[in-house]
Design a protein around this ligand. Structure first.
Ligand SMILES: [Zn+2]
Ligand SMILES: [Zn+2]
Length: 134
């Protein structure tokens, strides 16, 4: 079975994961805008046993928002989002940006579309550049 590597920006958290994701969703809800600091979360979903942690597991901080199914897990050193188990323990949620390779699934759905950032529609048609611009 093909595996992908993944990890955080500073390199303290590293893992390997089976490239057999079940779903890939972009979540535009207001909670995901807050936890990502961006337009949407880009989450892949797989089974809990698909991941092998290589390093940094004890350097992960987890946050669960009471009363909602919103969780976040991130490297305590650099703040990068990393995979975490759903609250009921059934599903492993994998932020797509934490992967080093190309997942087997492409984004299949934009969920909570009505809550999307008001500036997001303009982002879809903004000009493309290859580096920082002034
Ligand atoms: Zn890190
Ligand atoms: Zn969301």
């Amino acid at each position: 079975m093909e595996k992908l590597t993944g990890g955080c920006l500073c390199g303290k958290v590293e893992f390997e994961i089976l490239n057999e994701f079940a779903h890939f969703q972009l979540c535009h809800c207001v909670q995901c805008q807050k936890v990502t600091g961006s337009a949407h979360a880009s989450n892949l979903f797989t089974k809990p046993e698909a991941i092998s942690w290589h390093s940094g597991w004890d350097n992960i901080t987890r946050f669960d928002l009471e009363g909602r199914k919103i969780s976040n897990a991130f490297c305590s050193s650099c703040g990068s989002r990393v995979p975490y188990l759903s609250l009921n323990g059934d599903i492993l949620v994998v932020p797509a940006g934490s992967l080093n390779g190309i997942p087997n699934k492409s984004p299949q759905a934009n969920i909570f579309w009505a809550e999307r950032a008001r500036w997001y529609d303009a982002a879809l048609t903004a000009e493309h550049f290859t580096e920082f611009i002034e």
